[in-house]
Design a protein around this ligand. Structure first.
Ligand code: ADP
Ligand code: MG
Length: 582
């Protein structure tokens, strides 16, 4: 931009692509660049607020999960299976956090973090699981395990049925849904699935699945567990497939489930004596890059060998399951007691999970029980396992006043997380709206520049757009600022003495009819864009109104811009100057 004092007047010249400026005399030039930079500024402010909120939510969620316990134990009671329409008496009575087991010669009470009774739905369970998924998205390793006797509903809870989806498909859905809503980070996911059987590991997503029989185990299950220097654990050679969308994720998950079942002759029998693990690796690309693992595990049946009357291979399978489950119980108990030695190495299962059970990780175990009197022995065993896993932080050990304080803190943190989530949603909407408007403006701007450059033969031409009295100007130094901010223009593009004389002679009366036409069109284009600044619209309107009389006879023109009509740019003069150069 260039300003020249001449006879007490100043000609303000701006490059064509910088046409939305508030001039020192208060006049606003219609154009887009100022709007664009305002929008960019607005988006960056919103994004920084978003980052701040995300930090606050993460901190609150972390505290919340720690207060609730980073190892949580839930109990789900399977509904009665009615046999021959006989009404069977239930051996369990449940409250929100308590289960009482009563039967002949047995009367025991257990506390857990949450009880899901026989009427509970898949949705009820998932609602309690959701917060821990957010932790996984925030960069923590997370383990969700289904524990219990065979037939008590572990697979039902984890996988679900067609109309009643379980934790795994819902969790996958939740991850993708959160990823699409969170505009502050981008996420990528990958999935692996494996089975642990008789102490061996089998890749469920490997390209070709060899028939998995115990006799072939040494060749079929050749995966080994590696611990990296950073403490992360990797299963060597385990297939890890990228899942770009929900559909692909479900396809791979179904494929893994099929691979587990089709290789066995007696599916229920054997699947209850193996552990099935699905691992979703979450990569969050935000201000920093974070990688976390979400383990979703359907454990083998925990029934006692004596009851099943097992022998031979079944006995070995049962022993292997029992060994790994008691190793898991030992690890969780050691972690709960904050022991310096955690016996991860006692089983393959705990080795694989060693970076996802300890410090910084979140663990959720859903212990499944049957309400049947016949299963009361197993029910007591499963609940004893649950009790051991959570014995240290059990609410029963906490004095009443501390318990109240804890509940108050939990409620407060819950509110912080919810409020932050709400505000995030609002910010996301604002950002996407601002981004759409910004794109529209950029497109419009570039098409206008294109039109003008077509007309003028140069995209960086300069127009004389106004005359202001230098002596009247309230902020003379502002002009210099504008000049600096828009760069210098070639000397030949400055107004000449004769052009200035021509201009000042005609400035009060001459209007460019082409320009008037273009303003009308401009307004029509702008009407679709809600965030176009009010002042700009107002000026454009003023300009077009005062030029209406000349517009009728004007030839059609594709687009242009204008300040106040009396200060209209003498396009024709400039064009003449440009053409005289060629
Ligand atoms: P597990 O995996 O522990 O051996 P399953 O998940 O296979 O047990 O459940 C055994 C049967 O009980 C299945 O037919 C399942 O659909 C049914 N079932 C288990 N829990 C529930 C529940 N909460 N609601 C309805 N049906 C259930
Ligand atoms: Mg099962």
């Amino acid at each position: 931009m260039e300003s020249e004092a001449m006879g007490g007047h100043v000609n303000v010249m701006v490059p064509l692509e910088s046409l939305s400026l508030e001039l020192p005399n208060g006049e606003i030039l219609v154009g887009y660049d100022k709007d664009i930079s305002d929008l960019q500024e607005e988006i960056s402010v919103l994004r920084s607020r978003q980052r701040h909120l995300d930090r606050r939510r993460r901190e609150a969620l972390d505290k919340l999960i720690d207060l609730k316990g980073s190892i949580r134990v839930f109990c789900r009671v399977r509904p009665f299976v009615q046999m021959n329409n006989l009404k069977t008496k239930s051996s369990v009575n449940v409250e929100q956090e308590k289960i009482a087991v009563k039967s002949v010669g047995i009367k025991k009470e257990f506390s857990v973090d949450r009880v899901f009774d026989q009427e509970s739905t898949q949705e009820d369970v998932f609602q309690e699981v959701k917060p821990i998924l957010r932790s996984a998205l925030d960069g923590h390793n997370v383990c969700i395990l289904a524990y219990g006797q065979t037939g008590t509903g572990k697979t039902y809870t984890m996988e679900g049925t067609d109309g009643k989806l379980g934790i795994v498909p819902r969790a996958i859905q939740e991850l993708f849904s959160h990823a699409s809503e969170d505009s502050s980070s981008t996420y990528s996911f990958s999935i692996s699935m494996l089975e642990v059987y008789l102490g061996s590991l089998r890749d469920l997503l490997a390209p070709r699945q060899p028939l998995f029989r115990p006799s072939e185990c040494s060749t079929a299950c050749n995966l080994s567990i590696l611990a990296t220097k950073t403490g992360a654990v990797e299963v060597e050679g385990l297939t890890d497939v990228s899942i770009p969308d929900l559909k692909k994720a479900n396809q791979w998950y179904c494929r893994g489930r099929r691979a587990r079942s089709t290789s066995w002759t007696n599916v229920n029998d054997v699947s209850s004596r193996s552990h099935c693990l699905a691992r979703i690796t979450i990569r969050r690309h935000g201000a920093t890059e974070e990688v976390s693992k979400l383990w979703l595990i359907d454990l083998g049946g925990s029934e006692r060998l004596l009851k099943t009357g097992a022998s031979g291979l079944t006995m070995d399978e049962g022993k292997a399951i029992n060994l790994s489950l008691s190793a898991l119980g030992d690890v969780i108990a050691a972690l709960r007691r904050k022991r310096s030695h955690v016996p991860y190495r006692n089983s393959k299962l705990t080795q694989i999970l060693s970076d996802s059970l300890g410090d910084g990780s979140k663990v959720l175990m859903v212990v499944h029980i049957s309400p049947s009197e016949d299963d009361v022995g197993e029910t007591v065993c499963s609940l004893s396992f649950a009790k051991r896993a959570r014995s240290i932080e059990s609410n029963r050990d906490i004095p009443e006043d501390l318990k109240m304080l804890k509940q108050k803190q939990i409620a407060e943190l819950d509110k912080v997380v919810c409020d932050a989530d709400e505000e995030q949603k609002y910010l996301n909407e604002q950002i996407s709206r601002a981004e759409i408007t910004l794109e529209e403006k950029k497109k419009l701007n570039s098409s206008i520049c294109q039109v003008l450059s077509d007309e003028k033969g140069s995209p960086r031409s300069t127009l004389v757009i106004g005359h202001t009295d230098a002596t009247e100007s309230p902020h003379p130094t502002e002009k210099a600022k504008i000049r600096v901010s828009h760069g210098s223009v070639p000397h030949f593009m400055s107004s000449t003495v004769s052009s200035r004389q021509r201009h000042s002679a005609g400035s009060n009366s001459v209007s460019n009819p082409r320009l008037a036409k273009s303003v009308n069109r401009y307004q029509a284009e702008l009407s679709g864009s809600q965030s176009f600044s009010y002042s700009s619209c107002k000026n454009a309107a003023k300009a077009s109104n005062s030029m209406d009389s000349t517009a009728a006879s004007a030839p059609q023109r594709r687009g242009s811009f204008v300040s106040r009509p009396v200060q209209r740019a003498p396009l024709h003069q400039h064009r003449r100057r440009m053409s005289s150069l060629t």
